[in-house]
Design a protein around this ligand. Sequence first.
Ligand SMILES: Cc1cc2nc3c(=O)[nH]c(=O)nc-3n(C[C@H](O)[C@H](O)[C@H](O)COP(=O)(O)O)c2cc1C
Length: 363
Amino acid sequence: MSNKIGEKFQVTTFGSSHGTAIGAVIDGCPANLELNVENIQKELNKRKPGTSSVTTPRKEDDEVQILSGIFEGKTDGTPITGIVFNKNQHSKDYSMFKNTPRPSHGDFGWMAKYGNYDYNGGGRGSGRVTIGHVIAGAIAKKLLKTKGIEIISHVTQIGDIKTGSLTIDEIKENIEKNPIRCGDLDASKEMEELILSKKSEGDSVGGIVETIAYGVPAGLGEPIFERLDGDLAKILMNIGSVKGVEIGLGFGVAQHTGSEINDEYYIEGNDIKTRTNNSGGIIGGMSNGMPIISRIAIKPTPSISKCQNTIDLEKLENKEIEIKGRHDPCICPRVTVVAESSTAIVLADHMIRSGFIQPSKLD
Ligand SMILES: Cc1cc2nc3c(=O)[nH]c(=O)nc-3n(C[C@H](O)[C@H](O)[C@H](O)COP(=O)(O)O)c2cc1C
């Protein structure tokens, strides 16, 4: 089972939903990066449930502790361990899943492949494992910021409700003002209503999260394998519940001609830019200096309280299930910070691999 990602900025995550703790070990972060617990906690707070009307009422403090890798307020070049001790487990809510896989959750895959599956809270197949992504991503984001790179994710669609086109400034200004983490305040109200109506029906709804990384220099990524778009797609698709990844215009390219969507170059001062950014900041597998734009399609939360068909694996018979417990009717708002973190992990790794950041210590 692979629990790690990255070549130079290596991230290993550990722990399960209802186990003792959950977290990440980050190896390869250069020394001398100023880092404290608050830098990580601030990011984890965007992921934790129980903070708004559209998340599960499950209250989890998700307080992080740093066990290693920091000396006198700065990274010291040794592995950084961030850990969150689990506190609010209600394992009895999950005993019904012991031999009964939830439709479209990971339970069946884990049971079939590993046999010994911790079904409590979904074990390590739970969305809670993304705490590890966010711990590592917070460090990656801080590292990238030293080179002027920033990353922002926002919800652009819930069900069939979509945002209009938005500037970075609008997104930055608005996402903290609504529980959806959407850059369009009008659309966010409709999205909230839709989520709450699905919640009242015991159902769930999916959506789209867009991520924009700006300030990325040209030349990250490799042209054949280890392409930047390939590595981004891999880490984003590795987030539980993601069923599609697009870079730039994505699937939209299929319905256009070259003359309509080619990104034409121009010179602005000392910079080489493109007039459009349909490539999403990546051409030939390498960044071209334009903002890197990805979108992920997130399926509706699989655990719903409506009656569904499933099976009893012990008795080998069909049965019905109504899932109790505390689940988000829509996980998109909480996935925004996971997408930001995942993008940051890949960019930090490629910044070190391409020599834009020195591996031993920050200059
Ligand atoms: C941040 C986050 C929170 C999640 N919360 C839940 C949840 O409360 N209930 C649930 O059934 N699935 C939840 N999921 C989704 C499951 O983890 C995911 O659907 C499951 O692992 C199946 O994987 P797949 O959809 O990628 O195939 C969450 C995912 C993420 C990323």
